[in-house]
Each structure stands twice: as structure tokens, then as C-alpha cells.
Design a protein around this ligand. Structure first.
Ligand code: ZN
Length: 136
């Protein structure tokens, strides 16, 4: 799969370092690693505003769709239309749906069908893949 924004690993490392992203941000966004639950900086953040891809700034979620799932990662029930691409992931002996940024392909997390109404979906994200902006 190709995405509109293409950069080398070195370029992504430089961008993340410049932004002061979390230490694991490169491995999470570019190598599909997962941060440990209850460790991310946004898990317990309930401020208004918006959430963006830490790599390219793509607007992914509005803060109003964030909910307390108790799973240890920031969870949302609805992404911004077209912002996220879903990919079937058969790693670790499970079939899950991986979510990546539609602009740059950054790994964000997975989506599960046990979320709240109205969507019934839980977008389970890595904090390190996200950047909160207090503006909508
Ligand atoms: Zn992105």
C-alpha cells in the first residue's frame, strides 16, 4: 500500500525527534509496535480539541469521540472521515484490524467491534502515535 506522504526512516526519526515525540514513537508508528497499556500520555486526557497523527499532522479524531474504555490505551468511537485506513492484521496468531494514517501510513493501533453506541467501534490507539491539539 502506498500513501501520499513518503519519507525515509531517517526523515521520520528526525521529524519525531524535532517534535519531542515519545521515545517509542518511531517503532510504534513505523514498525507497528504497541506501547504498554496504561503508560501513554493521552490515556487519561479528557481535554477538548483534536488528535492528529504524530508523524504528519493528519487530523484523526475529535476529542469529543474519546471515551474511557478501561483498556489502557486512548480509545475513540469515530475517526474523522477518510483519515484512517484499515488493514487486516493476522500477526500474533490473531485476526485484528490494524489502523494506519491515510496520509503517511503511520501505525496507530487497532479497531475492535466492542465500542459504545452509536458506532459500536473502539479505535484503540497508541498515545505515541497521536498529538493532541487544544483547538478543534
Ligand atoms: Zn500521518
Amino acid at each position: 500500500m502506498t500513501f501520499p506522504i513518503q519519507k525515509t526512516d531517517a526523515e521520520w526519526r528526525a521529524i519525531l525527534a524535532e517534535k519531542g515525540a515519545e521515545p517509542g514513537a518511531f517503532d510504534i508508528t513505523r514498525r507497528a509496535h504497541t506501547e504498554r497499556p496504561f503508560t501513554g500520555k493521552y490515556e487519561e486526557v479528557w481535554a477538548d480539541g483534536s488528535y492528529h497523527c504524530v508523524c504528519c499532522g493528519n487530523h484523526l479524531f475529535d476529542a469529543g469521540t474519546k471515551f474511557d474504555s478501561g483498556c489502557g490505551w486512548p480509545s475513540f468511537w469515530k475517526p474523522i472521515e477518510g483519515a484512517i485506513t484499515e488493514i487486516t492484521d493476522r500477526s500474533l496468531g490473531m485476526t485484528r484490524v490494524e489502523t494506519v494514517c491515510s496520509q503517511c501510513g503511520a501505525h496507530l493501533g487497532h479497531v475492535f467491534e466492542d465500542g459504545p453506541t452509536p458506532s459500536g467501534l473502539r479505535y484503540c490507539m497508541n498515545s505515541a502515535s497521536l498529538e493532541h491539539d487544544p483547538k478543534p
